[in-house]
Design a protein around this ligand. Sequence first.
Ligand code: AP5
Length: 219
Amino acid sequence: MKNIILLGPPGAGKGTQARKLVDERGMVQLSTGDMLREARTSGTEMGRKVAAVMDGGELVTDEIVIGLIEEKIRASHGAGFIFDGFPRTLAQADALGAMLHRSGQDLSAVIEMRVDDEVLVRRISGRFTCGNCGEVYHDETKPTKKPDVCDVCGSTDLRRRADDNAESLKVRLMEYYKKTSPLIGYYYALGDLFTIDGLAPIEVVSRELTDILDQQSAT
Ligand code: AP5
């Protein structure tokens, strides 16, 4: 199984699609956002620093996130990684290439999910997540079937993220355009880039993604 990157701005649907690939293909989701949210609950000095940076919408240092990913790649079982929210800078992209090379792996595709800014604002402001199993919902486009109960695990621990507000989102978008969007050219030049329409409904995006994966597996 090969490794892929889901690349896109906040709210593009990276986490939603990564979870589907985990369920449908047994791939392993590596979300640096999830890892950092876990680190911030550790009560350590590092956790407190990470929390302040994330809540403001800025990027955490390359050193911290590269360290988090390196541990996971080292413990790889060959199931195929979905890099969700990583890399986000050119330094992270270089580090990922080197880490994969050292462990005898490579990338099969980098999938850019394109979504207009005004849609991102609506997606982020309506998002909530199950604190128990991580399922992602939306007030309008993907509500729970029973009010306040997770469809997947039945938990009532439904949460909204501290950085899902208009002020932090503005900073997150700026960070994306300044530091992460240059990766589109970086991966295009390597011949790894595919672009899909992230505005399409979740199931349509999912089909496009699996078509790309199937095509890449066949090569
Ligand atoms: P992270 O957790 O990675 O957040 P993000 O990149 O801002 O992405 P999101 O999780 O907000 O969006 P998503 O694309 O996963 O969308 P989702 O599927 O949930 O990072 C958070 C912070 O951590 C960063 O700001 C930074 O501080 C730090 N960080 C993380 N990684 C880092 C790194 N590598 N380097 C440095 N710092 C790092 O969907 C959103 C909503 O839309 C949901 O409600 C969903 O139901 C809905 N939706 C999804 N797809 C569709 C669709 N096709 N149609 C309609 N609705 C849809």
